[in-house]
Design a protein around this ligand. Structure first.
Ligand code: SF4
Length: 494
């Protein structure tokens, strides 16, 4: 009975790309293992789903997971028949589709409200399709659905004491939007049935759909022919133009014709890519360097972004700094002094970090960050969340300059950056020998996971010590990299 039933998540895969649906069913061996970052997101989604149940106290959970679907369907039918008012994870089958519903609420007239809980902070188009297929299955299975509702995280929620699901979530009525999708849903289910009935993999080209609305797990397989420095890496190039180049048989960045419609920055990057020459706009670069005042504070934050707020005075998905590295130079070319703060992992990291910032940063001099809007936003948020420190923190903001600016404005274009301007690309191009490769913590995502591991309290003292050292090495490298990049840029404008 359950062989070949299309689950809701497979239905969503098919909507994104029928090749993804086919591969998932027949070539799951091509799917890479789940990364720690993905696992963290799954765990967080699960925690939000569990919190959503607190919104409806007294509900009954259908306790049979995906390995026991026939039992889940049977248990659900018993609950429906038996008069249960709120059902969590109810399972239903209709035609070739199977749906498990986050929450079902019985109305006084015997009809039901179908409620889908999402960790996002708004209703998205894909959510409508997700709920519509559930509605289609439930109605097909004989339930009368009165309303369909999307329950998402309220991004204005500020934690203040124990979490309250009633305040954390927002319910939006999407009954009308799902009603108009039912006929299309039926057609799509038929379409996917045919795809899965075929032994041939559908021919679908790579494109925007490989990462929207979700990252596809088969990218490693479908994208393997894409060269290292490709048209897909050209910053801010629209998908329409990428598709046009692909249709012209062009995948390598350097093969893009000079006549192709690119913006000025992209054209400069292409010129550097083709000629191997470094392009320099001395005037622009000198204007940037002229803004820097000493003592100079090279600054970098690492953050976590918990969906369910961990600390009072914080919101869902707020970026919370837990670590900062500072390299301070008294004058141009001076040997930098290094200072760092890494929260202990017990309680809110921000008060200690704020104390560190206000103690180490003197009243004068530039604060230099790479992609400075990130650090500035965090400081601005802390100024609001800790109003007693607000004036002192806000006073730091006008002192910021962004070391990414000369690269963004194409004042300096290095061929080894291949058109990109992230710190991870710029550093090895300008400072050979200095790279992030081989670091135990090598990017912001890994830093987040390392800190979450520390927060879990499950590490041995030795494991925690190692992770703390790895974090310090990584964050310290970011600000030292800025010192070296600035040195390099300064040498270009004698
Ligand atoms: S990588 Fe792209 S083309 Fe390949 S299956 Fe996934 S979405 Fe489809």
């Amino acid at each position: 009975m359950f062989a070949r039933k299309l689950s809701k998540s497979q239905f969503m895969m098919g909507l994104q790309c029928v090749k993804r649906l086919w591969l998932y069913n027949y070539r799951r061996d091509l799917k890479p293992p789940v990364t720690p970052g993905q696992q963290h997101l799954f765990d967080e989604g699960r925690a939000i789903g569990e919190l959503a149940r607190d919104y409806f106290p007294g509900g009954t959970f259908v306790d049979a997971d995906f390995r026991r679907l026939p039992q889940a369907v049977k248990l659900t039918a018993e609950l429906v028949e038996g008069g249960t008012d709120v059902i969590f994870e109810g399972a239903f089958v209709f035609g070739n589709a199977l749906a498990r519903c986050d929450i079902l609420r019985r109305n006084a007239d015997g009809s039901w409200d179908l409620i889908e809980a999402k960790g996002s902070t708004s209703v998205k188009d894909e959510h409508l399709r997700d709920v519509a297929v559930q509605r289609y299955v439930l109605e097909g299975a004989g339930l009368r659905i009165k309303k369909t509702l999307l329950m998402h995280v309220d991004n204005t929620f500020v934690k203040n004491g124990p979490l309250d699901a009633q305040r954390f979530f927002k319910l939006e009525d999407i009954t009308g939007q799902t009603a108009v999708l039912l006929a299309e849903t039926a057609r799509d289910l038929e379409r996917f049935k045919e795809v899965l009935a075929s032994a041939d993999m559908p021919e679908i080209s790579i494109g925007r759909h490989c990462s929207e609305p979700y990252d596809c797990e088969f990218r490693g397989y479908c994208w393997k022919g894409v060269p290292e420095h490709s048209i897909y890496d050209i910053p801010r190039l629209s998908w329409e133009k990428k598709n046009l180049l692909k249709a012209m048989g062009i995948l390598n960045f350097r093969d893009v014709p000079d006549s192709f419609d690119l913006n000025e920055g992209q054209k400069l990057a292409l010129k550097a890519e083709k000629t191997g020459e470094t392009l320099l706009d001395r005037e622009k670069l000198a204007a940037f360097l002229g803004k820097i005042k000493y003592p100079l504070y090279h600054i970098d934050f690492e953050t976590i972004m918990p969906g369910i707020p961990l600390y009072d005075a914080s919101r869902p998905y707020q970026q919370l700094p837990f670590q900062v590295s500072l390299h301070v130079q008294a004058g141009p070319g001076a040997e930098p002094a290094h200072f760092e703060y890494l929260a202990g992992g017990k309680g809110d990291p921000r008060p200690g970090l704020i104390r560190f910032l206000l103690e180490k940063i003197g009243p004068e001099g530039t604060l230099l960050a790479y992609n400075a809007s990130f650090e500035m936003k965090r400081i601005g948020e802390m100024a609001v969340d800790f109003p007693e420190r607000g004036p002192a923190l806000s006073a730091l903001l006008p002192r910021f300059e962004d070391l990414m600016q000369p690269f963004l404005e194409r004042a300096y274009v290095h061929p080894a950056c291949h058109g990109r301007f992230s710190l991870k690309k710029v550093l090895p191009a300008l400072v050979p020998g200095m790279t992030y490769e081989g670091l135990a913590v090598g990017h912001g995502g890994e830093a987040q996971l390392a800190y979450y591991s520390i927060l879990s309290g499950k590490l041995s003292p030795a494991e925690e010590e190692k992770l703390r050292n790895d974090l310090k090495v990584y964050c310290g490298q970011d600000t030292l990299a800025m010192v070296k990049i600035l040195e390099h840029l300064s040498r270009l404008t004698p």
